[in-house]
Ligand binder design. Structure first.
Ligand SMILES: [Zn+2]
Length: 418
């Protein structure tokens, strides 16, 4: 079979005009690759290898002694591991260690410690009769895979995503990203399509882990929501919409993932406890007691206390215009007091049912210029938009990636070699 040389990196995709030609080259049929996966890695000729997965109770000195190393050798090896590879001990159920000998009855000539799929530390005899260690960094073989799904009747995004074959961790990340832009309670309907392009990291032809989310598209009620991961010229990465505007908003509409909206924002509703009609100045999310409440955006704690209506509550100020309020908490997060600066996503407290509340939930308010606004519909500013040059680069990258995605949509078993 002819060997195709069709490796493509983002960096050499410079012209969207040649995108089509490139895509023909960059799409690799998974089948083709699977034939090349079984590269014999372990059976190098003239070597005898034995591998141990470090178990609890195993120490480096015990494992080395078991293999015939003397106490003096063990001490020396421990020394070079510490000074040259910053390894001071082995982690049970995680580190792997290999012993290599010329044949079954020879002494060990090489020890390989494998702390992660992307790093190997080799210990070999040095010229002066001692031992030396060398660290090998292994570059993951990154592949972008594409999955599409459809929301069915009575479905949740999680169910539909799992059915589409999107792994849990990736789904949670996608949910987190979309939560800046979408209201999962009201924007999700049967018949909607969504897609995710994400990385799978391979080593030696075997999948090791999922990588990052590269692109998302969701057919929301009020239009398609699209996000692309992009690295700016200053090296920082972010998510941007198809026009290059920052997709991560200053505040999240739904701070708690996958929490159902049980009561929406309204200027008049019958209060469940008080019984009479009054405005509901926020949105209620059902969640069990103790669920962490993340800050909807970066900000400073301007109020933390208790009142009869809100129970335990925290108010954050994010900038000159925006504040958010979180009520009915069972307790506050440790160290979060008035004056604390919090990051977006940092836990500030835990769901509860304190104050005027019929059951555990988060009552969440967004206050803009002193006025309560509907968190689910208010237009929120993006954290960062792209500068002129980055924007041009982004648009080119995005057009190229879209062509690739179009191909992957037609051939679900293909992937993009990154
Ligand atoms: Zn409420």
């Amino acid at each position: 079979m002819e060997k195709a040389k069709n490796i493509l990196t983002y960096n050499n995709v410079l012209r969207a005009m040649v995108a089509l030609v490139i895509v023909l080259l960059l799409i690799i049929v998974a089948l083709f690759f699977s034939r090349h996966d079984n590269i014999p890695g372990d059976q190098e000729s003239g070597e005898f290898r034995s591998a141990v997965v470090v178990a609890s109770g195993d120490t480096l000195s015990k494992l080395l002694t078991d293999q015939g190393f003397t106490n003096a050798q063990v001490l020396e090896i421990a020394g070079v591991l510490k000074s040259d590879a910053d390894i001071t001990g082995l982690r049970a159920n995680s580190d792997k260690i290999e012993f290599i000998r010329a044949d079954e009855n020879s002494p060990v000539s090489k020890v390989v410690i494998i702390p992660s799929p992307w790093r190997q530390v080799e210990i070999t005899p040095s010229a002066d009769g001692g031992w030396k260690c060398t660290t090998l960094e292994i570059k993951p073989d990154r592949r972008a895979v594409y999955r599409t799904g459809e929301i069915l009747d009575g479905d949740s995004f999680y169910l539909a995503g799992a059915r589409a074959g999107i792994p849990d961790g990736i789904l949670a990340e996608v949910y987190d990203l979309l939560a800046f832009e979408m209201d999962f309670e009201r924007d999700v309907r049967a018949g909607q399509h969504f897609s995710v392009l994400y990385e799978e990291n391979f080593a030696d032809g075997k999948k090791v882990e999922n990588g990052r989310v590269l692109a998302i598209s969701f057919q929301a009620l009020r239009g398609d929501v699209k996000m692309y991961r992009f690295k700016k010229s200053d090296g920082k990465t972010g998510y941007y919409d198809e026009n290059g505007n920052g997709a991560i908003k200053s505040l999240k509409r739904t701070p708690i993932n996958n929490a159902r909206v049980t009561s929406s924002f309204s200027t008049s509703r019958k209060h469940p406890v008080l019984g009479y009609t009054r405005a509901h100045k926020g949105v209620d999310f059902r969640a069990s007691t103790g669920t962490p409440i993340p800050a909807a955006g970066a900000g400073r704690v301007v109020a933390r206390g208790y009142n009869n209506g809100h129970g335990n509550y925290i108010k954050l100020r994010h900038n000159a215009s925006y504040e958010t309020l979180y009520a009915h908490m069972s307790r506050f997060a440790k160290g979060v007091v008035v004056g604390t600066n919090v990051k977006q996503g940092q836990t500030i407290g835990y769901v509860g049912s304190t104050g005027l509340s019929t059951g555990p939930h988060l009552h969440y308010e967004i206050i803009k210029d002193g006025k309560h606004v509907n968190p689910l519909t208010v237009k929120l500013p993006a954290i960062s938009n792209l500068g002129k040059e980055d924007k041009e680069r982004f648009l080119e990258y995005r057009r190229t990636l879209d062509v690739g995605i179009e191909q992957l949509a037609k051939h679900p078993d293909w992937f993009i070699q990154l």
